[in-house]
Design a protein around this ligand. Sequence first.
Ligand code: NAD
Ligand code: UDX
Length: 482
Amino acid sequence: MIGEVKNICCIGAGYVGGPTMAVMAYKCPDIKFNVVDSNPIRIEKWNDEDLSNLPIYEPGLKKIIKKCRNKNLYFSLDVEKHIKEANIIFISVNTPIKTTGIGAGKASDLKWVEVSARQISKYAKGTTIVVEKSTLPVKTAETIKQILDTESNNLYSHNSKKFTVLSNPEFLSEGNAINDLLSPDRVLIGGDDKSSINTLASIYKKWVSKEKIITTNLWSSELSKLISNAFLAQRVSSINSITALCEETGAHIQDVSLAVGLDKRIGEKFLEAGPGFGGSCFKKDILNLVYICDYYGLHEVSKYWNSVVEINEWQQKRISQIILKKLFGTIAGKKIVILGFSFKANTNDTRNSPSINICKKLIEEGANLIIYDPKVTIKQIQDELGCNLNINNKKNSDFEGNWSFCKSLNDAFLKADAVVIMTEWSEFKDLDFEIMSRDMRKPAWIFDARGIINISKAKLYDLNLWSVGNGMINNDNLKNKF
Ligand code: NAD
Ligand code: UDX
């Protein structure tokens, strides 16, 4: 029993730790929340006076940070101090795919989780509830418990320590994180210690109705998180697999999505066709599932889920090839404007963004890309593309691919051969086609990989259009549909 919770620590001030603790602090003014991170730049940004410098762009986040920061919400580098003070510790650190060793390319890299568990085991005092917030492979709680128990069983330790471990996966979706955290569809708590479960549930009960708080054993909770993401990603791959069929047959993907999604048994969400799913979670969590299935000898199950990732990669390759083909089979030296680099709208996150693969492919073919995104920085693009910015004319020839960053849309289109819409930012839904058709080199192309532009409006101008799941828009299909 830990009695009244006065102090909560979260290890990891990233896309999950930051917004989740901010909303908890907002809803629980009597509890002090310390979010700690080993990255000094991140912590500095969380503490920046100017709220537009927060490390994460998330609608509604600034307002909550303004209300709670330095009142009951603190961001700090002092991991040791805040672990010592806490009654509950959330582990919210990164768990990317392993790049080397056993399970490389599939299994999650748990080194940051292990370091966190060792830090907790060393510094915590008294009774502490340790909560897995990171998405973890099934049975990770067992590993965390073992690490924590080494210290609580240590006969030479001066402090008596007791730990319980709970799994409380996060279901927020970036770009909608604050709404998701304020009104979650459900809160899942897995564990075997009733009293700890009740303590954590009592915090959520301050703003979430009790019917939405579900409790399970540890493994069901860990597995449910992986399966939720796998099911969501599967819907995206399913609809994307149909885009190619629509483009061949003259069916329109938006009509198919609507007709299919209106069946209540299927539902309308996650049926938007696009360039494939990105983000830090879907691919990693499915590959983790694939790895676990193989580990248990369930190879058919693993093959089934792996195909969701394969379709995703195929869609990105397919779109790059269509761009190349429509531009007469060669894009060397051609100017292509890329609209959107984040993996979806309303976030500055670029992890696994479909833009990365598509830009790399186009650069490889010799294109000169002009990349514009309202929230992504030049540094992030540089890190993701791993090639230099064409700022000092470092190219060896006009036919060597490269990219540059564009701060405003106004000048982007001059002499461009094509525009590719990669992210569904609202400002791309209403592009100025008159300026585009005036400034672009003819024949000018728009490739709409998100299916968001107003096709009948665009068609009033001298622009060739291709839209995912609709194909090339000509006067015939325009008459039939748009
Ligand atoms: P992130 O990379 O944005 O943040 C993780 C942070 O943890 C980093 O800032 C890193 O410096 C810090 N960190 C790592 N080890 C540390 C240590 N020992 N001490 C102090 N700080 C440490 O990652 P994220 O997107 O917030 O994801 C975190 C976890 O949540 C992952 O397991 C992810 O799968 C899961 N998740 C993510 C989302 C999402 O939308 N991003 C949603 C649900 C679940
Ligand atoms: C996902 C899960 O939704 C969330 O519950 C989990 O906690 C973390 O992983 P996130 O990756 O932030 O969230 O974004 P999400 O909205 O799920 O989108 C993932 C990708 O799928 C994006 O690239 C998005 O553009 C794409 N997508 C989504 C589509 O292409 N079509 C859709 O209909 C929905």
